[in-house]
Design a binder for this molecule. Structure first.
Ligand code: HEM
Length: 352
């Protein structure tokens, strides 16, 4: 692949992938199972021992919408879900399942500091299941890689299951046992504080969400969802309610459609758009490739159905960097929670 940065900027090529070792990924698959079991067994979570999602358990809204792909997008991006069959074919438009969520591994009040997420699922004209998963952490993850993400998740799980003392014990093991180390722990805590405690979210309709690196054609890309500029700022509802983020979206939907632009950034070089460090915000202007619109209130059945879908960043895109491990861990998390009801690809397809 070329190493010329200006050429890379247009093609998204020139990247070198460094997937985690298979043994490392297998250990993370075991770790998510243990975390899910700990959360389910804790009397503090009221899950009655039943395993649910390993992360992002609280669905703030599940609704069907439409993703329209723009007709004119750069050639490097006319691939996979963004590629029309030919120039004369009608514009691409997909029915999409949208799951908005809070990041914690068990449900908390929306007023608690948390990462917010959105997961989208649709099927391409060729029938490929395609998922886009994004969080509002400012264009990066708090963790550099999947091992770090899961080591830090161990501390959060201990905090939920055993309270502050448990978290301190776990943190001591992770920090002083040499796993995370004090400098990396401080860096992670600083990012999470900045994105969740110091910047409280008024509405998910005015937020911006980013995914982690994946491969589209030969390009390495990061996708994001950018709120509609015209969206009213603030919260439409009682800001102090436990489910104010949900209430806000429902109130907004009663007044009109919700819209976000889907954008893509292309890899240029490892320093400014790293494939192997998920904690770095990618440089470069995002390119708008489509528009997501949710125009009607979901029914209770819609919400139940979407909550039972399994979203995976490896669906529809080849993984790169941190996304390799994510692909395996999400599949494990979904399989572990199947007793709560889990839609297979074919079952999900019937709704999309
Ligand atoms: C930039 C990085 C990341 C982003 C944007 C992200 C985003 C998301 C989102 C939006 C969801 C909710 C999916 C849904 O609604 O069903 C989710 C769930 C989840 N995430 Fe991540 N995540 C990231 C990193 C990671 C990493 C590194 C791991 C662990 C290796 C991880 C583990 C999980 C798990 C286990 C679930 C629940 C899956 C399920 O049971 O369906 N995430 N993530």
């Amino acid at each position: 692949m070329t190493n010329d940065t200006s050429e890379n900027a247009e093609s998204g090529t020139g990247w070198i992938d460094q997937p985690d070792d298979a043994n490392v990924i297998a250990a993370l698959v075991e770790k998510i199972k243990a975390q899910q079991a700990t959360i389910a067994a804790s009397s503090k979570t009221h899950l009655d021992g039943r395993i649910d999602r390993g992360q992002h358990q609280k669905q703030t809204l599940g609704a069907f919408g439409t993703l329209r792909i723009f007709d004119t997008i750069p050639p490097a991006l006319q691939q996979g879900p963004f590629a029309k069959e030919n120039a004369l074919a009608p514009s691409l438009s997909y029915r999409v399942a949208c799951r908005f969520s809070n990041g914690q591994p068990c449900p908390f009040s929306d007023s608690a500091a948390d990462v917010r997420g959105v997961a989208l699922k649709f099927f391409t004209l060729q029938g490929t299941e395609t998922d886009l998963l994004m969080t509002n952490e400012g264009g990066r993850s708090h963790a550099r890689n999947a091992v770090q993400f899961m080591d830090f998740a161990d501390i959060l799980v201990a905090q939920i299951a055993k309270g502050a003392v448990g978290a301190l014990e776990q943190a001591s093991m992770e920090v002083f046992g040499g796993k995370l180390g004090p400098i990396e722990t401080a860096r992670i805590v600083a990012i999470l504080a900045k994105e969740t405690k110091l910047r409280s979210v008024g509405s998910l309709a005015t937020e911006r969400f980013w995914g982690s690196v994946v491969k589209l054609g030969t390009a390495a890309i990061k996708y994001s969802l950018q709120a509609d500029d015209a969206a009213m700022q603030g919260t439409d509802g009682d800001r102090h309610g436990d489910s104010y983020l949900r209430e806000d979206l429902l109130n907004r939907l009663q007044k009109g459609p919700l819209k976000w632009q889907l954008c893509v950034q292309l890899f240029t070089d490892e320093e400014s758009t790293p494939v192997h460090d998920a904690s770095v915000v990618w440089a470069g202007t995002p390119i708008a490739v489509g528009e997501l619109e949710i125009s009607s209130l979901p029914s209770a059945d819609d919400e139940t159905c979407i909550n039972q879908m399994a979203f995976n960043p490896g669906n529809g895109f080849e993984p790169l960097g941190i996304t390799h491990a994510r692909k395996a861990v999400y599949a494990a998390s979904a399989a572990n929670r199947k007793d709560r009801g889990l839609l297979s690809t074919d079952e999900a397809r019937k709704h999309l």
